[in-house]
Design a protein. Sequence first.
Length: 620
Amino acid sequence: MYILYTLVAAVAIVPLLLKLYFPYFWSDCSFMISLARSFITFAKRRLRKPMFTVLDRFFEHAAQHPHKTFLVFEDDAYSYRDADERSNRMAQALKRHAGLKEGDTVALYMGNEPAFVFCWLALAKLGCSAALLNNNIRAKSLLHCFNCCGAKVIIAASELGNSVREVLPSLQEQNVKVFVLAKQWSTPGMETLADKVEEAQNEPIPQSARSKITFESPAVYIYTSGTTGLPKAALINQERLLAAMEVLSSNRITQEDVIYINLPLYHAAGFIIGFVGSIVTGSTVILKRKFSVSQFWDDCRKHNVTVIQYIGEVLRYLCNTPKRDNDRDHRVRLALGNGVRPDVWKEFLNRFGAIEVREFYGATEGNLVFLNYTGKIGAVGREIFILKKLFRYAVIKYDTAKDEPVRDSNGFCIEACKGETGLLVSKITKISPFYGYVRNAQQTEKKRLHNVFQKGDVYFNSGDLMKIDKDNFVYFQDRVGDTFRWKGENVATTEVSDILTMLDFIAEANVYGVEVKEGHEGRIGMAAVTLKEEKQFDCVKMYSHVACYLPGYARPRFLRIQDSLEITGTFKQMKVKLVQEGFNPAVVQDPLYFLEENQKSYVSMTPEIHSLIMSGKIKL
Ligand SMILES: *[C@@H]1O[C@H](CO)[C@@H](O)[C@H](O)[C@H]1NC(C)=O
Ligand SMILES: CC(=O)N[C@H]1CO[C@H](CO)[C@@H](O)[C@@H]1O
């Protein structure tokens, strides 16, 4: 009897003790269980014959609930069957007119619209891979991105036809087939596609047309501005896409959910988490061309949205709108994303009600993902002993002034202490591979860090500074020196400087991101430049060059002209001091300029402009 009492008492007290001493024990456990479950689903799908892909998952849903709404865009709604039929037509047209066959790569150059989705499905049906070009890029960047995926066909949205025309001669030199999603287009060398799709038959493409696809075959190429240089294509192969399929279902998203996608589909967050995630779970997608702060909640109410995606700025923009009585009148239960600041996170919950915010961390091409599953505000995830052993990542001490990891006397890196900010690296192994960038061995090598803890080991350099606190919560802190984030996009500083130095009056350019003010996410672009001898700074030419070659978020909004640029002992440009000095004319003694979009020119930076920016009257 006594033993029984003790047992009962013990059983009752253990959870109490756990709660007291290991407050996250149960959420850690439940996370591990859902992770294990996802892994089993993944492993089962991995073993299916013939090979099971995201497309097959789409077919399953199209067969189970053909009339269920798959996609809503503006006033149009498409069921699973509609999407299946439209992509059949698209596939037939592409097969016939572009001569596509299994294994080919096609570049998609379009913004968020249903055709993007149908094109991708069509390409999957044909066994082709898609390179998702950023629809903001133009000219040299466009050509660069197109060239690095090895595509022989490009499909452009009708509103981007003119941007393709600008680079047409170079495309023609390489015998690239160019299609515009319009019914009429008069430029020779560019073919229309919309009319051909309309004429095509709704006939399924047989499985045999894609029978040679393996798990190693490329599924999509997604461009990242990683840490250095021009954008690079990260290869997402079929296996990775299949594994990514589990991310959303492990977030308990189901067929009943309605997902609101306003992030660009050419990014991993929008495409993999949002779009592929909904295919996997059989949910409904409400697709937006762009994020609109004024339409956000009305859209959510109108479509009964249950899941939203965000990047840091999105939640802040939402919090900055005037309060309304119906702020809590919606059905959103889950927000998935990354980059939200703790104060915004709190305010968002206060204002819009009990929405579960799941912050996650992961690089498109990286080999490690963190997920906040405990409700700790501000954290991107948690360090769990078993996962650490499995994935072998570490936060190592980093010297931000020299822009390189700190090494001990034996040349090895040193793990950062609890609570100390350092560089996140993760060991490249079979279970966490790093495939690198397509046709860019040099950039791939740059992301590899050698001899980290042992001679000969290789780690993936995330380029992200992180901190792990004493309770094992993981926090994202910043990007390392040669990249910064602005408006949710990574800006690679070397890419911008390469473009600035194309100008005949610029000798050197040092590009960096500066904080606008306390509490603002991201950093805005700024450049310190030197002029060539006997050359003048040309404000208008500078503006038109920058506007032509760089997307809005990457253009330096501030410029300072220096006599010479400081460099470090290792010949890297010094940024730390420049970043600290920012764009305040009271601090910066050099000639200082501001990119004024209305005037289509750079203008002299004045104390007035500075105070208008600080008071928020000039929006950046
Ligand atoms: C949203 O839900 C309400 C109540 O259940 C329903 O009447 C309405 O038709 C739904 N709207 C959409 C677009 O599904
Ligand atoms: C799964 C989970 O618990 N996620 C949490 C992430 O953090 C937010 C912030 O409080 C919580 O609300 C979520 O519940």
